[in-house]
Design a protein around this ligand. Structure first.
Ligand code: SF4
Length: 346
């Protein structure tokens, strides 16, 4: 049997593991803290643990250590984009952004993505595998260690569809959220989905206070199918029904992401159709001028169309904001850096 990835265990799992090694349960808390609060990657750094236990751990387990291959920093706003190598050689991306409330990291949840959204570079090279919880939480540890900056917010909006890697994502949230770990409140964690409907129902019952974001991007099934293949599986009606159920069970507001694409979904009629869909829901709309990627015909909406779209929604009582564009001078759009890596350009 191979060595156990000890950084992929919740505290409860770690307690069981330590007991299975015929050691006292309380050591689990110490080890968990070293890995997830302090962020060490070597058992030798766990100074309050006996040498014999450290050796036993070394023999039977390992701490997942991720490696930064490339870091690009925006000269405009300081946004940092990381290309991170996993232990099996695969690469993912994370982005660190500074907001007035602190540092937010955007993490990847899969290597590649199978969802095929037409405006997204992450899906172009297909899907490779799910990340485990240690590879998701490890992105925070790695970036904090590299930058020395304390992360206060996490968004699951990087490479991959979080609700397509449900168990690992939920486990990573529990580890990130844990008081003996990074202790980032669930309310400071956002999950973004293109609309994996059955897992929205599942998530509603998890009793996790994270914010749910839905990538909607279109107001009719026909238009949505053109840009998001997931719409062939679940209609907008089914998606919104799941959202309403989520709101009913959790009492939490949902955030709808709407990437504005020039001439595709940015007209006054589109705005009014969105109002009709969301009226009466506890919702917030986040407008995102679409990221222009190579090999895609989609162009960013004009500033005046973005403004008009936002004003139309707000005047109809749907709280709407435009997401500030960060890192526009670097490859900040999700998937672009990894694509270069796969093309051997990094
Ligand atoms: S937008 Fe998200 S769900 Fe869609 S292809 Fe990209 S990573 Fe996957």
């Amino acid at each position: 049997m191979g060595r156990v990835n000890i950084s992929n265990l919740t505290l409860e799992e770690l307690e069981k593991y330590i007991e299975d090694l015929s050691e006292k349960k309380f050591h689990a808390k110490q080890i968990f803290k070293w890995i997830h609060k302090i962020g060490v990657v070597s058992f030798q750094d766990m100074t309050d643990i006996s040498k014999s236990l450290r050796e036993k751990l070394e023999e039977n387990s390992y701490i997942n250590n991720l490696e930064i291959i490339e870091c690009q920093t925006s000269k405009k706003d300081g946004t940092m984009k990381f290309l991170i190598k996993l232990q099996d050689g695969n690469a993912i991306e994370s982005v660190l952004m500074e907001y007035h409330h602190g540092y937010t990291i955007c993490v990847s949840s899969q290597v590649g993505c199978k969802m095929g959204c037409k405006f997204c570079a992450s899906t172009k090279e297909g899907y490779v595998r799910n990340l485990d919880a240690s590879e998701i939480e490890g992105q925070l540890q790695t970036v904090q260690r590299y930058t020395g900056k304390k992360i206060s917010n996490v968004v699951y909006m990087g490479i991959g569809e979080p609700l397509d890697n449900y168990d690992n994502v939920i486990k990573s949230i529990k580890i990130i959220n844990h008081a003996q770990g990074l202790n980032i409140g669930a309310r400071h964690i956002s999950l973004s989905t293109c609309g994996v409907v059955p897992n929205i129902y599942r998530l509603a019952k998890e009793n996790i206070q994270a914010t749910l974001s839905i990538s909607l991007h279109a107001t009719s099934n026909e238009k949505r199918r053109k840009i998001m293949p997931i719409a062939n599986r679940y209609s907008i009606e089914e998606l919104l029904q799941a959202c309403n159920e989520y709101i009913k069970i959790t009492g939490r507001r949902i955030s709808f992401e709407y990437a504005l694409i020039l001439g595709e979904n940015d007209s006054y009629e589109d705005a009014m159709a969105l109002v009709k869909l969301l009226r009466g829901m506890i919702a917030h709309v986040n407008l995102i001028p679409v990221n222009e990627i190579k090999d895609s015909n989609y162009k960013k909406s004009k500033e005046e169309s973005v403004e008009r779209f936002m004003n139309t929604l707000n005047s109809c009582g749907i709280v709407t904001t435009v997401r500030r564009e960060l890192g526009s001078d670097i490859d900040a759009a999700c998937g672009q850096l990894r694509k270069k890596y796969l093309e051997n350009k990094i």
